[in-house]
Design a binder for this molecule. Sequence first.
Ligand SMILES: NC(=O)c1ccc[n+]([C@@H]2O[C@H](COP(=O)([O-])OP(=O)(O)OC[C@H]3O[C@@H](n4cnc5c(N)ncnc54)[C@H](OP(=O)(O)O)[C@@H]3O)[C@@H](O)[C@H]2O)c1
Length: 306
Amino acid sequence: MKYRRLGKTDMNVSVIGVGTWQFGGEWGKNFEQSEVNDMFAAAKDCGINLIDTAECYGDHLSEEFIGAAIEGNREDWIVATKFGHKFHDLFTRDTIYEPAMILQQLEDSLKALRTDYIDLYQFHSGNDEMFQTEGLWELLQKQVELGKIRHLGISIGSNQNIFQTERASSVNAKTIQVVYNRLDRAPEEQVLPECIKQDLGVLARVPLASGFLSGKYTESAAFDKTDVRGNWMDDKARLDKITQAIEIKKTEVPEGVNMAQWALAWVLTNPAVTTVIPGCKTVEQVKSNAAAADLQMVSTEHPQAC
Ligand SMILES: NC(=O)c1ccc[n+]([C@@H]2O[C@H](COP(=O)([O-])OP(=O)(O)OC[C@H]3O[C@@H](n4cnc5c(N)ncnc54)[C@H](OP(=O)(O)O)[C@@H]3O)[C@@H](O)[C@H]2O)c1
């Protein structure tokens, strides 16, 4: 595993993390605690130290799984979670940014994670009006001073949200989380250069384009309503991603290279990116994704494995 300093924070994160939206039950699978324990044991063995979760992956459900899994070695992990939503039911949540309610969300996250501090607390993709909620960032700064939060971050909703990215340092946010992958390069235009300018750590999310860059799906792939790819994603958008991924597999992924690993390594070739946080559903996926840290890429513009 390789490690990088996460922006202006004092934290060194593994270049591959574990994304955990999956534990909330919106990816066509319900998890057992024992399986989650095995996934984090495998991640630790591979040198992964970064976990990304959120308040609304289930009603703090993903955080509960994580809390139970890492309770015995909490200090070894960098736990990134988020605030701004109230989960109601699968695929249904409200956005909530009133400071008093954020304070409650923070307490609920700490309880679920079985910890008294969060390493990275991220604004969860609210719009620009929510970002400017009166008193919000002052309240969060107070929690930093109290030691409940080590660092603040922003997970931007649109991956071209330059408004929030430009204001990150002014609200003491030290990281940006953004959708960035081989199928979606929009952040290269403004967001990633701005992150370099402010020395913000970058967590690249959805690095496998929701799994399609694993190369395992064909045009006839179907997802039911229990899977976000069959619920929130329309047929045309899904087919478009699959078709592009098939073409990239043919034209860009070297023979014999695992495409999911290639896709993660491709994201990491951008110098603005600190780490990728692929969502994982099995121990095998955790291990395979971790191995992407060892894949050597020769060019940022036209990456090929050596
Ligand atoms: N607004 C936000 O802040 C926000 C939004 C979205 C995501 N996130 C975070 O970013 C993380 C990553 O994004 P994501 O999970 O949406 O998308 P992703 O990482 O692009 O794709 C995840 C999916 O890819 C498949 N996969 C993972 N590893 C694989 C491997 N080695 N080989 C083959 N298939 C593999 C799995 O699904 P199948 O096996 O079923 O194909 C998995 O559910 C999330 O878990 C979450 O922590 C944050």
